[in-house]
Design a protein around this ligand. Structure first.
Ligand code: UT7
Length: 348
């Protein structure tokens, strides 16, 4: 029986830096408000026309593949997590496969938002363990800047999210006790609408009763209507306080679940790489679990919340900074829309 190891990891963030002060030009907000509530100082936005979720993923993937000492044509499966795909369909995995001139390997898209990378890693882990694949590319990438409301109406969402990509290559290892020790996935669909982009979607008719001004036609016309544009319904919606309250409970719970499963304690964690949702959430997790500053990765100050890309970006950056050594116990954890959440324990 094999275990899977992360053989290479990389990330890419776009060049365009937008500080909190920059956002003050578009909406009624302030550097003080954003820093106090989220810890964010600046974020990156992809070039509006030349960069996409896929092109950023390709850049991250190139680095991960090189560090794994392999090549794109040796990749035998692709898993791509994003909530901001280039197209409504098909997903980004096939676009990345085409762009990187890979073979006709299977391509899977994951729609688990902030938990997307942890879910993707868990799927890749199962495929490696069974011996089905030997070189899986797992990617999380987001171009959120194309679909946010940068007016005051959307400020509670738009100041938080940023763009970027992270990627990892998973390979089998037979080294005892090394690699991914376990993954733990959860969801609670009762909160599906609390953090969501409701449109465009097949449920549009369901919402009509609350939208008396919307068109009520026999067929069609519900993909994107001018009413959706006018009242802002087309943009992502977030009930921030509900998300916050649930996140600070589920993050520590799923981390503890992973530790218990492996007979380990919080003191055994060398590095916790939490999804960068909000610095206050990460600080809360740290306090609840009694972790020291050096045990937790925080880079949301520079990149904002990059959703599916946040865990692999933080992991790759920590690795580049020399914060991850051979034999270290690394814990990944994420929580987000769905609600979905999960964790992974890795012996590096
Ligand atoms: O990745 C997982 C997904 N998301 C999260 O994890 C986010 C979790 N939630 C949060 O991080 C926080 O709820 C937010 C940072 C989104 C918001 O912080 P909050 O303390 O929950 O603020 P709030 O939504 O209750 O709003 C407080 C006030 C409101 O004004 P009034 O009604 O008190 O006058 C908002 O209109 O702050 C106002 N506000 C802003 N003011 C300046 C909301 N957004 C902004 C803004 N700038 N960007």
């Amino acid at each position: 029986m094999f275990q899977s190891k992360i053989a290479g990891i990389g990330y890419y963030v776009p060049k365009n830096v937008y500080t909190n002060q920059d956002l003050e030009r578009f909406m009624d907000t302030s550097d003080a408000w954003i820093q106090e509530r989220t810890g964010i100082k600046e974020r990156r936005y992809a070039d509006r026309l030349t960069e996409t979720t896929t092109t950023m993923a390709v850049e991250a993937a190139k680095v991960a593949i090189e560090r794994a000492k392999t090549t794109a044509d040796a990749i035998d499966f692709v898993i791509f997590a994003t909530l901001t795909p280039d197209y409504y369909f098909p997903g980004c995995a096939v676009l990345l496969q085409r762009e990187m001139k890979m073979n006709e390997v299977g391509c899977l898209d994951i729609r688990n938002q902030c938990s997307g990378f942890v879910y993707a890693l868990s799927i890749a882990d199962q495929f490696i363990k069974t011996g089905m694949y030997k070189n899986i590319l797992v990617v999380g990438s987001e171009k959120q800047s194309f679909a946010m409301d940068f007016s005051t109406r959307g400020r509670n969402v738009s100041v938080i999210f940023g763009d970027g990509a992270g990627a990892a290559v998973l390979q089998p290892t037979t080294e005892p006790g090394k690699g991914i020790l376990s993954t733990h996935l959860h969801a609670d669909g009762n909160y599906a609408e609390q953090l969501a982009m409701h449109y465009p979607g097949a449920s549009a008719g369901y919402w009509l009763e609350n939208k008396p001004n919307w068109p009520d036609k026999e067929l069609g016309d519900l993909l994107i209507t001018k009413e959706m544009l006018e009242d802002g319904s087309l943009f992502p919606y977030m009930d921030g306080q509900t998300v916050f309250k649930k996140a600070v409970v589920k993050f520590p719970e799923v981390i503890q679940e992973a530790l218990t499963k492996n007979g380990l304690a919080t003191t055994d964690i060398d590095l916790l790489v939490p999804h960068q949702a909000n610095l206050r959430i990460s600080q809360y997790i740290q306090k609840t679990l009694g972790l020291k500053d050096e045990q937790v990765v925080n880079n949301i100050q520079k990149y904002g919340n990059t959703t599916a890309a946040s865990v692999p970006i933080a992991l790759a950056e920590a690795w580049e900074e020399g914060r991850i050594k051979d034999g270290d116990l690394i814990c990944l954890a994420a929580f987000g829309a769905g609600f979905t959440w999960g964790s992974a324990l890795i012996r590096w």
